[in-house]
Design a protein around this ligand. Structure first.
Ligand SMILES: [Zn+2]
Length: 340
């Protein structure tokens, strides 16, 4: 979720060197060297893409290519949506390439989302927002370096559309930092009219949190949100450790596994695509207009254990997605009771 990055990719590099593909270069087996990083057990990019393509090929969803890489024709950021429009569930995953659990869990739980859509709820999904970084186990799309101060940009950076933090009279940044970022954020703005986000899930991991996972809650009902409470319960019953209290390394207080305030006690305003989806005001062509205004935006952060225990992390995300109908109902009833 954080636009801020982290340093230290040496662990990942060590994992690549010990991977079967690397061994094959020394002649120990005949497997050709793979370009995909799969040492942590993640599905290769092409396998995920084939799975997600079932949404249009088998289930009649609308597919849209948001961004194609000119130098790598097989790399594309794709979004799927139901033909039915209206207040929608939005699901994002894979914003950071070194956080594979979310996209892998969505591949596993695809039928759950298809079933849920059949119940009549419009759905928008971008299951792999950063395919280039996923393929290389990078964090950012443009560099292997994970320290954002070293030139990496997040595909989920929405600051050029969001009001500045002081007076809110101008956008927080002049422009999108990269083409993927621009494509994703423009897609959100464009689709938010026909598929207004009611409930948003953005699946992340926290490589530096070995103590446990947690979630961020944004939107109209950021504090004490029953959807957030249920997601915390689901994560906990999946067996991953959770941080129920204390503060994050950014000083944000964790309350019952949920972060809904920054270190100053203000709403979370991290400049991310999650903030964009929750934002009631955005800047388009230097004019302040109504934003996507989602009721509930939940960012799930599973502890990545320095790249280990991927099964457990995938199980945790899958446990959340599997209960999407319950989460949607909780959000709708919260909406009804708050409008009475
Ligand atoms: Zn992340």
């Amino acid at each position: 979720m954080r636009v801020i990055g982290i340093a230290g990719w040496t662990l990942a590099l060590a994992a690549v060197i010990s991977s079967p593909a690397a061994r094959s270069e020394s002649g120990l087996d005949s497997t050709p060297p793979a370009i995909d990083y799969v040492a942590d057990g993640r599905a290769p990019l092409a396998q995920l893409e084939r799975r997600f393509a079932e949404l249009d090929a088998r289930h009649g969803w609308v597919v849209e290519t948001l961004h194609a890489y000119p130098d790598a024709p097989d790399l594309q950021i794709k979004a799927w949506r139901t033909p039915a429009t209206g207040p929608a569930l939005w699901v994002l995953a894979g914003i950071h390439g070194e956080e594979p659990a979310g996209p892998n869990a969505l591949a596993r739980e695809l039928e759950t989302l298809v079933e849920f859509a059949r119940s009549g709820v419009p759905v928008v999904i971008v299951p792999l927002c950063n395919p280039r970084a996923y393929r290389h186990n990078w964090r950012y799309p443009n560099t292997a370096e994970r320290d954002w101060k070293e030139g990496g940009y997040s595909v989920g950076d929405a600051e050029y559309l969001l009001p500045d933090l002081e007076k809110g009279r101008a956008p927080r940044a002049e422009r999108a930092p990269g083409p993927e970022t621009y494509a994703l954020t423009q897609f959100v703005l464009r689709l938010a009219d026909r598929y207004p986000p009611r409930l948003v899930l953005d699946l992340h991991e926290d490589e530096l949190s070995t103590e446990g996972g947690y979630i961020y809650s944004q939107g109209r009902h950021a504090d004490a949100n029953p959807v957030g409470a249920e997601i915390v319960r689901l994560l906990q019953s999946s067996g991953i450790p959770l941080r129920r209290s204390g503060v994050t390394r950014f000083g944000e207080p964790i309350v019952d596994g949920v972060i809904s305030r920054d270190d100053q006690g203000k709403p979370i305003r991290d400049g991310s695509i999650d903030e964009l989806l929750a934002s009631t005001d955005v800047f388009v062509a230097n004019r302040r207009v109504r934003g996507p205004s989602a009721d509930t935006v939940i960012v799930v952060e599973t502890p990545a254990f320095a790249g280990a225990r991927l099964d457990q992390r995938v199980n945790a995300h899958a446990a959340v997605v599997r209960e999407i109908a319950t989460l949607w109902r909780l959000n709708e009833s919260q909406r009804r009771s708050s409008s009475q």
